[in-house]
Write a protein that binds this ligand. Sequence first.
Ligand SMILES: Cc1cc2nc3c(=O)[nH]c(=O)nc-3n(C[C@H](O)[C@H](O)[C@H](O)COP(=O)(O)OP(=O)(O)OC[C@H]3O[C@@H](n4cnc5c(N)ncnc54)[C@H](O)[C@@H]3O)c2cc1C
Length: 439
Amino acid sequence: MAQLGQEVLTVVIVGGSIAGLSCAHSLLHCHKLQEADVGTTAPVRLDVVVLERARRPTDAGAGLGLDPSSCDILTKWGLPVLSETAPLSYEENRIFHHIHQKWVTVSKDQSYAHRAAHWSDIHRILYDSLPNDVVKWGHEVDAMDTTADGMHVNVHFKKGDSSVSEMISANLVIAADGSMSETRRQFLPHENRRYCGYYAWRGVLDASSEKAMNVKATLRQQYPDLGHCLYFDIANNAHAVLYELKGGRLNWLWYVNQPVPDLSGSSVTAKADDERIERMRMEAKHVWSQELASLMQLTPAPFINAIFDREPLKQLVWGRVVLVGEAAHPTSPHGLRSTNMSIMDAAVLGECMTNCGWQVDMALKEFEALRLPVVSQQVLFSRHLGQVKQGLTPVQLPDLLISNDFEWERLLQRNMHTQSSVIENHSKGCINWHSDFQI
Ligand SMILES: Cc1cc2nc3c(=O)[nH]c(=O)nc-3n(C[C@H](O)[C@H](O)[C@H](O)COP(=O)(O)OP(=O)(O)OC[C@H]3O[C@@H](n4cnc5c(N)ncnc54)[C@H](O)[C@@H]3O)c2cc1C
């Protein structure tokens, strides 16, 4: 309830995907908690609006993993995350052992404690539980400028097909406009995304048909913990990922080294024609276990996802504009960090606003200090995992097998926060030979 003389804090969030909707939840949640405190009134009245250029929610996407912190945060915001996701209790890395001619487990983490979800389910949960008037679909932001006193940002946008530009004056702009963020480009016009040297084939098989159920039953012979486990199969210069989503859907990826594939515009995904899909399926029989190859064979419409990241930034805040999610730290997917970082960004931003009494500049300073080192490390560790698993480091899989002293445990995602030597090597450019693949 607004109090007489209470200042209105207008927050404009650009982008209504996972990061944008999470930020809306976090701010509204923190504000409500403060209001609910006996005898306390939040120092401002909060007005949050999300401007999203897509016309409506989509059921696109595939699988993602939520870490324990994300699950706790979403639950705290009152979202039914546990009932909408499947357990991912273990992480397991396997390699094909040419001498023994079989897949062997090289490292396993039994305390992984993640949850698996379909992107569209998480997006739907986030969207459905926001107040009706928060998200404005079909609103494309095309410019923003800061007032001379630095206190407001004028956000210009167009609705649907209209050519008329409208404007909102915001006290705070949260740029959650994804890996090709125009907001980021405004501050860093010469910086670009970095192709990681490989793309992924991706697919989700709904295992409800009889044929699919048979494939699933045979998969379990090779992957006995399917339904609880995130499997990585590492072959020569390639690796594959397999895990199950809620409702028995089987989610898989196969990373393939090659120069950047044909993509339209700034998209990172591309449809593949029938001939290309058929070639992939034939090749799968020579690279993966028979069971995984059968899954790839049966999955309808597998698609291509080119893998990009960016160099970590030196700042996340420009005046009263803050970058979050993929706009701030686009990452390769090997650490399952993208969605988790977005949710954590949102949670930390909300906490900072509360701690700083909704004083925007102070809160943004605190946010940047807390998040920048963490997200930078995670982007670089994910990059490292991708390079090792794709054989893009000087030491490749056959050498690793022969040398017998490679610590496979180092590939587990639980090292995400601790492997500072990896990060140092990267920053010195020691194991980064394909970084020329820039577009
Ligand atoms: C349709 C879709 C499907 C996805 N599927 C998966 C998946 O299966 N697995 C996975 O791990 N990740 C998936 N992702 C990516 C995933 O959402 C992100 O990696 C991560 O969750 C962080 O999201 P983000 O909100 O920072 O960025 P993104 O998800 O990239 O969202 C950015 C949003 O900003 C909007 N936007 C951009 N520019 C403007 C503008 N000028 N004005 C208004 N709006 C703008 C975009 O339309 C988009 O909705 C998907 C993303 C999308 C958009």
